[in-house]
Write a protein that binds this ligand. Structure first.
Ligand SMILES: Cc1cc2nc3c(=O)[nH]c(=O)nc-3n(C[C@H](O)[C@H](O)[C@H](O)COP(=O)(O)OP(=O)(O)OC[C@H]3O[C@@H](n4cnc5c(N)ncnc54)[C@H](O)[C@@H]3O)c2cc1C
Length: 147
């Protein structure tokens, strides 16, 4: 994981001014934003791209569970490192792959790791049953047995 990252300063376009602060208020009437330190910055055009904030704490017990073996999430750089470890330690039982309630950062990610895990388990000849648990928009939880 550490080898896949780059410092922000190395990828910042040379003509951009990088303000190392957060925006706490946008005033579209005055075309200006207020930074965390209280300073204001004017703009001609504003592109808002704040992404999606992870909220693991909205699942009861999950933040604490990350400190125990076998629980990981590919959505965070802090928790993805445990994924390979979990696959390597997994020899039998049920593996459960969950799909977060939308909006989510990447709908492919939960499925991709399930397929990668499948390949890993086949390679190492473990034969677990595993389930893809999906919270759909319009339906209740769908639980699909993969193997
Ligand atoms: C595991 C995983 C796999 C993925 N795989 C793919 C893939 O294969 N293909 C693909 O196309 N996409 C993939 N995605 C999705 C892709 O990473 C996201 O769609 C993309 O990063 C979103 O970019 P963004 O700039 O909108 O948001 P982000 O990358 O979240 O960036 C938003 C930035 O805004 C900052 N910010 C937030 N609030 C403030 C504020 N008040 N003031 C200042 N700054 C603020 C945040 O700190 C952050 O740096 C994946 C995502 C994950 C998690």
């Amino acid at each position: 994981m550490s080898a896949s990252g780059k410092p922000m300063k190395d990828v910042m376009p040379s003509k951009a001014t990088w303000i190392k602060d957060k925006i706490q208020e946008i005033d579209p009437e005055k075309n200006q934003v207020t930074l965390g330190n209280g300073e204001t910055v004017s703009y001609k055009y504003l592109v808002v791209a704040m992404g999606i904030k992870l909220q693991f704490e909205r699942i009861k017990g999950l933040p604490e569970a990350f400190d125990t073996p076998g629980v990981c999430s590919n959505y965070s750089a802090q928790t993805v490192g445990k994924t390979l470890e979990a696959l390597q330690d997994f020899t039998e039982g049920n593996a459960i792959f969950t799909f977060p309630t939308p909006p989510l950062k990447c709908p492919g990610a939960p499925q991709k790791i399930m397929y990668l895990a499948d390949e890993y388990f086949r390679k190492w000849q473990t034969k677990p049953s595993y389930y893809h648990v999906q919270q759909c928009w319009a339906f209740n939880i769908c639980c699909q047995k993969i193997r």
